[in-house]
Structure formats: structure tokens, C-alpha cells
Design a protein around this ligand. Structure first.
Ligand code: FAD
Length: 281
């Protein structure tokens, strides 16, 4: 963890682009509430194959117009180089200088297509076409990416993204700090020097969390899963237990020197704000 302690802390909140005017209004309220916590930036996800292209840009424009720093995500799978260049130009023309660069996932059953197949190729493309205009964040997987051949291969693939020009990384969420500490030490041993900010998923609903975790390969430790399952429909107990677990997780990470936290907010301010207040940030 030593290498992470030299970076200044970055706190950020992730949103998905709303698809109705009511959703946009609600996001504006959520952002207003979370802005009081003074995050470094908000980020807005990007749908597979460019499916949210306009909505991602609009959400970022709305956030920026309201005075917030905001970074769009961009994914390359299923898109041509021309598409990607055009989107990045749009971002550039809108004064955006910060992106989260991903491979993305196509819906299951869709054949892989497009010209850039992995995030390292996207990062390389952004640097080749736009030089140092963008601060580039990439994704990191302390529990390893579910499609990785093996752990070592995944680490080498992470190294490729960094060497292609990534400035910092945000992790997939996890509930066990050891995997993060180990991952960070492995990166340090490979000579990588960049902030690797833990991604934090507050626990609101068990069924939703279980679905995300099955899809992303993020493990819910057995003791947490058993406890959440035991609460059934008792959402108040799920929230109370989830807040205890996630606040402790964040506290352990920050105490060990993690360079900030990135919250997957699901466009809700409540859980993130409570965790923040409990941490005394
Ligand atoms: P990559 O780094 O390309 O890795 C994908 C897999 O391919 C890994 O198994 C890796 O080991 C392997 N690999 C990588 N490079 C190579 C190579 N050169 N040759 C062979 N194998 C290789 N998804 C979205 O659709 N939209 C979003 O907005 C979004 N935001 C995210 C934000 C964060 C912080 C995180 C952690 C994930 C996000 N995702 C998003 C999910 C992400 O798109 C998926 O996890 C996707 O499966 C992998 O994307 P990646 O950029 O990590 O891929």
C-alpha cells in the first residue's frame, strides 16, 4: 500500500444517465445534495455500443452547467474508430477534459464487433488522437475480471492499460479489503505508479446487489450474503447492516492509505451521504 499514500485523496460519485425528464430532475437534486460533500468529480456511465451516447453527454453537460465537475465514461466495444473519435471530439468541444475509458460489455448473445477490442487499445487511441487533453481513468479489478484467463494475465492486461497512458484507476466494488491491498501491492511490484481508487457500492437492496455481483464477478462474502438473505423484505435492517459494513470497509481502506473513494451511487444520495457523515469526511 505504500505507493498509494503519496497520492492526494480523490472522492467521486458515479451516476447513470437518466432516461426520462423526471429522472433528470431527480439526478439534479441528487447531485445538488452530494455536491455539498465537495467531491472531486461526478462521473456518468456510458451504455454498451454507444446506446446512451446522447444521454451520457447531456447528463454531463447538465452537471457542468450546474457548476459541478463531471467526467463521462466511454466504452469502445462495438464501436468504430470514427465513432469513438467523434464522441471524444464532442467531449472536447464541450470543454470536457476527464474521461473514464472502458472496454464495456455487449448484451449477452451479441457478437463482438467494433475496431477496438480492449481498454488498452482505447487508451492508446485517445492518447494518439488527443494527446494529453484528457485525464484518463481506467477500471481495475482487485478480484480480477470475470473473463480473465487467470489472475496474472489480468494484472498484465491492467499494466497494458496503464502503460498506454492511463492517469488513474477506479476499482470494481468489493467487500473484502485484502483483495484491494494485494492488488495494489502487485501493481507496485510491477512498477506501476498511479492512484487506484476503491469503488464502493453502498448496500440498499439485496436482490439488486446479488444480481450485479453475479454479473460482475464481485464477491459478496458469505457472512454478508447470509446476513442480508436472512433479513428477507426487512429493508430497514438491510440498510442498517449495509451501512455498518460499508462504513467499516471505507474506514479500513482510508486508514490503510487508499487514495480516496469512488461511490456507485445508483443516482441516490442517501446511503452515500450517511456513510460519508459517519466517516467524518
Ligand atoms: P479491459 O481492461 O479491456 O479488460 C476486459 C477483459 O479482457 C479482462 O478479462 C482482461 O484481462 C482482458 N484483456 C484486457 N486487455 C487485453 C488484451 N490486450 N488482450 C487480451 N485480453 C485482454 N461498463 C459500461 O458498459 N459502461 C460504463 O460506463 C462502465 N463503467 C465502469 C466503471 C468502472 C469504475 C468499472 C470498474 C467498470 C465499468 N464498466 C462499465 C464495466 C466494464 O465495461 C466491464 O467490466 C468490462 O467487462 C471490462 O471493461 P474494462 O475496461 O475493464 O476492460
Amino acid at each position: 500500500m505504500e505507493s498509494q499514500k503519496k497520492f492526494s485523496r480523490s472522492f467521486s460519485f458515479e451516476f447513470f444517465p437518466p432516461n426520462t425528464p423526471e429522472g433528470a430532475e431527480k439526478l439534479a437534486q441528487t447531485a445538488k445534495q452530494l455536491a455539498q460533500l465537495k467531491p472531486k468529480f461526478f462521473s456518468v456511465t456510458y451504455g454498451a455500443g454507444g446506446s446512451t451516447r446522447e444521454r451520457t453527454l447531456r447528463a454531463v453537460q447538465d452537471l457542468r452547467a450546474a457548476g459541478h465537475a463531471a467526467a463521462p465514461h466511454i466504452s469502445c466495444i462495438g464501436s468504430s474508430r470514427d465513432d469513438i473519435r467523434e464522441i471524444l471530439r464532442e467531449y472536447q468541444n464541450n470543454g470536457i477534459r476527464h474521461v473514464v475509458a472502458l472496454r464495456g460489455d455487449l448484451p449477452s448473445g451479441t457478437a463482438a464487433s467494433g475496431e477496438l477490442h480492449y481498454a488498452n487499445e482505447l487508451v492508446e487511441f485517445i492518447r494518439a488522437e488527443f494527446g494529453s487533453h484528457f485525464h484518463i481513468e481506467v477500471a481495475a479489478y482487485p478480484e480480477y475480471h470475470p473473463q480473465a484467463k487467470n489472475a496474472q494475465d489480468d494484472l498484465l492486461n491492467f499494466k497494458r492499460k496503464v502503460e498506454a497512458g492511463a492517469d488513474s484507476a477506479i476499482t470494481q466494488y468489493f467487500y473484502n479489503t485484502d483483495c484491494y491491498f494485494h492488488f495494489v501491492d502487485e501493481c507496485e511490484a510491477m512498477g506501476l505508479s498511479l492512484p487506484i481508487v476503491p469503488g464502493i457500492m453502498p448496500i440498499g437492496r439485496f436482490s439488486q446487489l446479488a444480481r450485479f455481483s453475479d454479473a460482475s464477478g464481485a464477491e459478496i462474502p458469505r457472512w454478508i450474503r447470509r446476513k442480508l438473505e436472512g433479513y428477507g423484505d426487512d429493508t430497514a435492517s438491510i440498510r442498517a447492516f449495509g451501512l455498518d459494513v460499508v462504513t467499516q470497509l471505507c474506514d479500513d481502506l482510508l486508514s490503510a492509505g487508499a487514495p480516496g473513494l469512488h461511490f456507485y451511487t445508483m443516482n441516490q444520495a442517501g446511503l452515500t451521504t450517511t456513510i460519508w457523515q459517519r466517516l467524518g469526511l
